[in-house]
Design a protein around this ligand. Structure first.
Ligand code: GLU
Length: 419
């Protein structure tokens, strides 16, 4: 997978995307400028005892970009490339994402610079508990609610919830989302991001007059989003022609079998070498002859270096920030329909919102109820963004930003400036 080596940081990209839309909007200059900066940002350094008895110091971050529409909401990422600036960018994207789908949340994000793939379960638990303690005055069910992101999972969320609850002296399930079901997790949360991606693809396919049957799909990333999206799209009758993960990739002209991919992943830790498939590199994945490309890994993957080679008609951004502004322009000029991250992957945070609501009510919904509500929010949001894009003659990304920035700035204006 391409490393984030491009000179343009995620924060540069987030600001460019924001500025390009905000400068055309009729919003107060003070509000416009405020939204360029995170409202609150902490950097912490903390020691963790490793299995070999040594002590390692890790850096962690939590950033609330904006809370005008509600408490901060956003995942915690464990990855070697995590930086303070990246977390700031990701928190800004969360503000727009929550606003695009109309959730009563602001945007936040957290991260720890570490490589969980090289750590034991015990080390990850100790890191999680210490990080949670360090940020326990920031997070809370009415202030800032973490959730899962790259390389964090329900178990990590359970440790966060337990550490926070122990410190506060009361069980507080609403402090994090994406928890295991027995601890107040929501049914349907695990597959929610992929479900949202698939709903957006289904609606885009309708709009372009295509059919899901035999639609050729290429997916970068076989984590929570990639794996579930592949399986759902396969069930819809689509043909998954190529998939890559962090170690390698697989190709099959006649369509890959999701069960075989998952078996291989469980056996070897990668989908690479799945029987009956040919090897596929990341660069070749982007150039594949396909209808839909789903970048579902990390940011900065579709750049000006590979945008020209992309043949897909639709790109659904399962990851956050996978497309640089230069690549975005090249692809828009080619007529590719890009469903932006702030819309395409909003299904995850939407069901996180449902989880939080259920935790506060202490009343839990059936999986059907969750799916029905997710379906409605995603379809309506897609329709609203598409309608705005058509009306103004812009890309879906510009339309989504337009909608989100107006919603957030309206809330800020109504609240006024407290002194
Ligand atoms: N990490 C996911 C995102 O980027 C979900 C965050 C959450 O559920 O809080 O949208």
């Amino acid at each position: 997978m391409k490393k984030n080596t491009c000179h343009q940081s995620a924060l540069d990209v987030a600001l460019l995307q924001y500025d390009s839309v905000a400068e055309k909007l009729d919003i107060e200059p003070g509000i416009r400028e405020t939204l360029r900066h995170p409202q609150f940002a902490v950097e912490v350094a903390f020691p963790v005892k490793m299995d070999d008895g040594t002590v390692k110091v890790f850096k962690g971050y939590r950033v609330i970009h904006n809370n005008a529409r509600g408490p901060g909401k956003g995942g915690v990422r464990y990855h070697p490339d995590v930086t303070f600036d990246e977390v700031k960018a990701l928190s800004m994207w969360m503000t727009w994402k929550c606003a695009v789908v109309g959730l009563p949340f602001g945007g936040a994000k957290g991260g720890v610079t570490c490589n969980p793939l090289e750590m034991s379960k015990g080390e990850i638990e100790r890191l999680t508990r210490r990080f949670t303690s360090e940020i326990s005055n920031v997070i809370g069910p009415t202030t800032d609610i973490p959730g899962p992101d790259v390389f964090t999972n329900p178990q990590v969320m359970a440790w966060m919830m337990d550490t926070y609850s122990t410190q506060k002296g009361e069980l507080t399930p609403g402090v994090v989302t994406g928890k295991p079901i027995p601890l107040g997790g929501s049914l349907g949360r695990n597959s929610a991001t992929a479900k949202g991606v698939v709903i957006c693809i289904r609606e885009a396919v309708k709009e372009l007059g295509l059919s899901l049957n035999n639609l050729k799909i290429a997916v970068q990333g076989y984590g929570n989003v990639g794996l579930n999206a592949v399986s759902m799209l396969h069930d819809y009758g689509c043909k998954i022609v190529g998939v890559t993960d962090i170690m390698g990739g697989v190709y099959c002209e006649n369509g890959l079998d999701p069960k075989a991919l998952t078996n291989q992943l469980e056996k070897t830790g990668s989908i690479e070498g799945t029987p009956g498939t040919d090897d596929l590199s990341n660069e070749d994945l982007f150039g594949l002859d396909c209808d839909v490309l789903i970048p579902a890994a990390i940011g900065n993957q579709i750049t000006q270096d590979n945008a020209e080679t992309i043949k897909a008609k639709i790109i659904a951004e399962g990851a956050n920030g996978p497309t640089t502004p230069e690549a975005d322009k090249i692809l828009c000029d080619k007529g590719v329909m890009i469903i932006p991250d702030v819309l395409a992957n909003a299904g995850g945070v939407t069901v996180s919102y449902f989880e939080w609501v259920q935790n506060l009510m202490r009343y839990y919904w059936s999986e059907e109820e969750v799916h029905e509500r997710l379906e409605r929010i995603m379809t309506e949001s897609f329709t609203a963004v598409l309608g705005a894009a058509k009306e103004k003659g812009t890309s879906l990304r510009a339309a989504a930003y337009n909608l989100a920035i107006l919603r957030v700035s309206e809330a800020m204006k109504l609240r006024g400036i407290s002194s």
